[in-house]
Ligand binder design. Structure first.
Ligand SMILES: [Zn+2]
Length: 316
């Protein structure tokens, strides 16, 4: 089975042409907050280029899949809400667009769920029926699978709001309306403000980094910068505390960690594994913490099980 896939992450859109467990071709489109409708012709051009490179036609594909960073109801094919990136997304007729542009059906899903589906199908979650995935990026995306069933819930939110568990009473205000969410206390969008609150930030080597990222923090921490080490430690503790809440909420066998920051998996995984082992409910047994296998391909490959579900090949 082949799919044309859009993975609409925080800072760019990944376009992919996927066949079963293999990503045949990809392209990355840099985006800024604004109209999704204005991007649709760009996506069409990009998909045409990917098909041309692979020597394939749209008729060789089974469908178009979109992983979107918001509340998405895959069953009705609708985007229910989006925070601030593509305010017009809820009102667009994406099914009509996919039909007109490619003659193909479309499936929409939350990007974190799609990444979990990919890891379950071809990555770190293969053969595991009880999984949670936490993607650490611009925000914190989560998704959960229990006894082989992907959680969606009546409002399509189930499993997806795990980045908004409270980890700090009276903490920072989050974009979601809550206070002290894991995402507000340790995510890409919040990082510059978090870092600026650390004493010593103005005089440390990180101060020169424009648009501070986790890559900057981990790099400077590796070099022994005391402030970078303190910020890294804070972020690791937030993710670890959130991982315990995820384990308590969903009772997984395996917790998969994804996102660009997992370039530093050798620091992150042991820290969170240790914290989870020490702080989860004793009777739960050990929850294994693993780095994602598929990197930025997870959501692209997740398109295949989502389409299989569409065509009735699997349950959920
Ligand atoms: Zn929040």
């Amino acid at each position: 089975m082949r799919a044309l896939v859009l993975d609409m992450g925080g800072s760019h859109v990944g376009c992919g042409l996927v066949e079963d467990r293999t990503v045949l071709e990809t392209a990355s489109i840099d985006t800024v907050a604004g109209s999704l409708e204005a991007l649709l012709p760009v996506f069409v051009t990009s998909f045409q280029e990917l098909l041309r490179r692979a020597g394939l036609q749209t008729s060789d594909c089974s469908g178009v899949v979109v992983g979107f960073p918001g509340i998405v109801d895959a069953r009705s094919g609708s985007i229910r809400s989006t925070l601030d990136k593509y305010p017009d997304a809820c009102d667009l007729d994406l099914a009509g667009w996919a039909c007109e542009a490619f003659g193909l059906p479309i499936r929409l899903e939350n990007d974190a769920r799609l990444a979990l589906m990919g890891e379950a199908f071809a990555g770190a979650g293969q053969g595991i029926d009880n999984l949670v995935m936490m993607t650490l990026g611009t925000g914190i995306g989560t998704a959960a699978m229990i006894e082989g069933h992907l959680l969606r819930g009546v409002h399509a939110c189930a499993g997806n709001l795990g980045g908004h568990f409270t980890v700090q009473m009276g903490g920072r205000r989050c974009k979601c309306g809550n206070i002290g969410c894991a995402e507000a206390e340790s995510s890409g969008w919040a990082l510059p403000e978090i870092a600026s609150s650390f004493p010593g930030m103005a005089n440390c080597s990180l101060a020169i980094a424009a648009n501070l990222t986790f890559a900057d923090v981990f790099q400077h921490a590796e070099r022994g910068d005391a402030t970078a080490l303190a910020i890294r430690s804070h972020c690791l503790d937030v993710w670890a505390a959130n991982a315990v809440s995820l384990a308590h909420a969903y009772d997984p066998e395996v917790l998969i960690l994804g996102g660009g920051v997992m370039q530093s998996a050798s620091t992150i995984v042991p820290h969170i594994q240790r914290y989870v082992a020490e702080h989860t409910w004793r009777g739960m047994g050990e929850v294994q913490v693993r780095a994602a296998d598929l990197g930025s391909s997870a959501a692209l490959i997740g398109a295949i099980p989502l389409l299989m579900e569409h065509f009735g090949d699997v349950k959920n």
